[in-house]
Design a protein around this ligand. Structure first.
Ligand SMILES: *Cc1c(COP(=O)(O)O)cnc(C)c1O
Length: 398
């Protein structure tokens, strides 16, 4: 017998990754207040969280979670279709549909599972339909790509934000049922997808548009309804909207919103919805409170815009390698993976937690610091980060 050992192979792959300086490590943090945390007793200002509105520790959410737990217990006790779909889940789904201007919404436990579920339902293998086509932006979130790869559909990735390339790919296969999926706000670049143009293309080609708005919801558009609302696109223009609840909303989970027919189809065929335990109802109660707060949070969105402008102006004066983003995601493109790690380490020494994003999360040669801003930051937090950045970057050039 000459069978290779899987665990040995795994350990060798991890070693090889470590040798290239790309090892990922897990650290336990304690969040001490919105925008701050401590690790092993050391305090940091956090510039890498997705808590864009600073709601994750909001006292009203904490109270809603506590009340929900007192009222409903902790576990949901089952899958949504069995015993787990609580009134609190239904109320949250209604609130999410109303907020995003869609007919219905359906909760999923995480964004990864929502994306997987949409792909399974629309593109999964059945006896009666031909395998479809799935077009995706090259920089889409891993869960959209993985979701499509797990179906029978042909996956084609078009160059980032290149609507003409997407049009050519669609035109090349006029007889295939087609889903075009894009991030609304790109998670590692912070730029906004050309949604109006993509919606027009899909309408023209008879393709279905899906937008993953993990980073737009709560942040962009009237009442923070997201990047589609920001672009004035309705359910007709963009029939599938996926949103996550663990970012600007400050809780956890995800949902898909669209027509009643879409939602019913997901209930039938999205395996990541059917075969999993419903999230705790108290979490749904807390998220319902988060939706109320986020819709009314124009002051926090204004604060965020102010901080984004302050950061960009300061960074431009310092000649830092800003990327063209108007959202709270403000990456600095450094190129080399080691340089990004070293810069993040230098910033930690100065008291700032910033994510070093390296391949394979971003393409080779495009490692970066992913700086994210939150309405919870003070002006002086941003100013102090700007003071620390030139030193942290020059330390990496030695
Ligand atoms: C975070 C994220 C997801 C995954 O959502 P989770 O709820 O964290 O699983 C999906 N898509 C995008 C664009 C994301 O940024």
């Amino acid at each position: 017998m000459n069978r290779p050992d899987l665990l040995d192979q795994l350990a060798r792959a991890a070693q090889e990754r470590a040798q290239r300086g790309l090892h990922r490590r897990l650290r336990a943090v304690e969040h001490t207040a919105a925008g701050c945390c401590s690790i092993d007793g050391r305090d940091f200002v956090v510039f890498c969280s997705n808590d864009y509105l600073g709601l994750a520790a909001h006292p009203d959410l904490v109270t809603a979670l506590q009340r929900g737990a007192a009222e409903y217990g902790v576990g949901s006790t089952g899958a949504h279709l069995i015993s787990g779909h609580h009134r609190a889940h239904a109320a949250l789904e209604q609130a999410l549909a109303a907020w995003t201007g869609r007919e219905r919404a359906l909760l999923f436990s995480t964004g990864i599972m929502a994306n997987l579920g949409v792909m399974q339902a629309l593109l999964g293998r059945t006896d009666t339909r031909q395998p479809g086509l799935c077009l995706q932006d090259k920089l889409n979130h891993a869960s959209l790509i993985d979701g499509a790869r797990a179906t029978a559909a042909t996956l084609r990735r078009y160059p980032h934000a290149d609507v003409d390339a997407a049009a050519r790919q669609l035109a090349a296969q006029p007889d295939a049922a087609a889903l075009l999926a894009t991030d609304g706000v790109f998670s590692m670049d912070g730029d906004i997808a050309p949604l109006t143009e993509l919606a027009a293309l899909c309408r023209h080609e008879g393709a279905t548009l899906m937008v993953d708005d993990a980073h737009g919801l709560g942040v962009l558009g009237p009442q923070g309804a997201g990047s589609l609302a920001n672009a004035g696109l309705s359910q007709d223009d963009a029939p599938i909207l996926m949103g996550t609840l663990g970012k600007a909303l400050g809780t956890g989970g995800a949902f898909v919103a669209g027509s009643a027919a879409l939602i019913d189809g997901l209930v039938q065929f999205a395996r990541s919805f059917v075969y999993t335990t419903a999230p705790p109802p108290a979490l749904a109660a807390a998220t319902l409170e988060a939706v109320r707060l986020a819709r009314a949070a124009d002051d926090r969105r204004e604060r965020l815009r102010h901080l984004i402008a302050r950061f960009r102006t300061g960074a431009a004066q310092l000649d830092l390698p800003l990327m063209p983003s108007t959202t709270p995601i403000q990456p600095l493109l450094l190129g080399d993976a080691e340089r990004a790690s070293d810069a993040a380490t230098a910033l930690e020494t100065a008291g700032f937690l910033v994510g070093a994003i390296r391949p394979p999360t971003v393409p080779q040669g495009q490692a970066r610091l992913r700086i994210t801003l939150s309405a919870a930051h003070r002006d002086e937090d941003v100013d102090r980060l700007l003071d620390a950045l030139p030193h942290a970057l020059s330390a990496t050039n030695l």
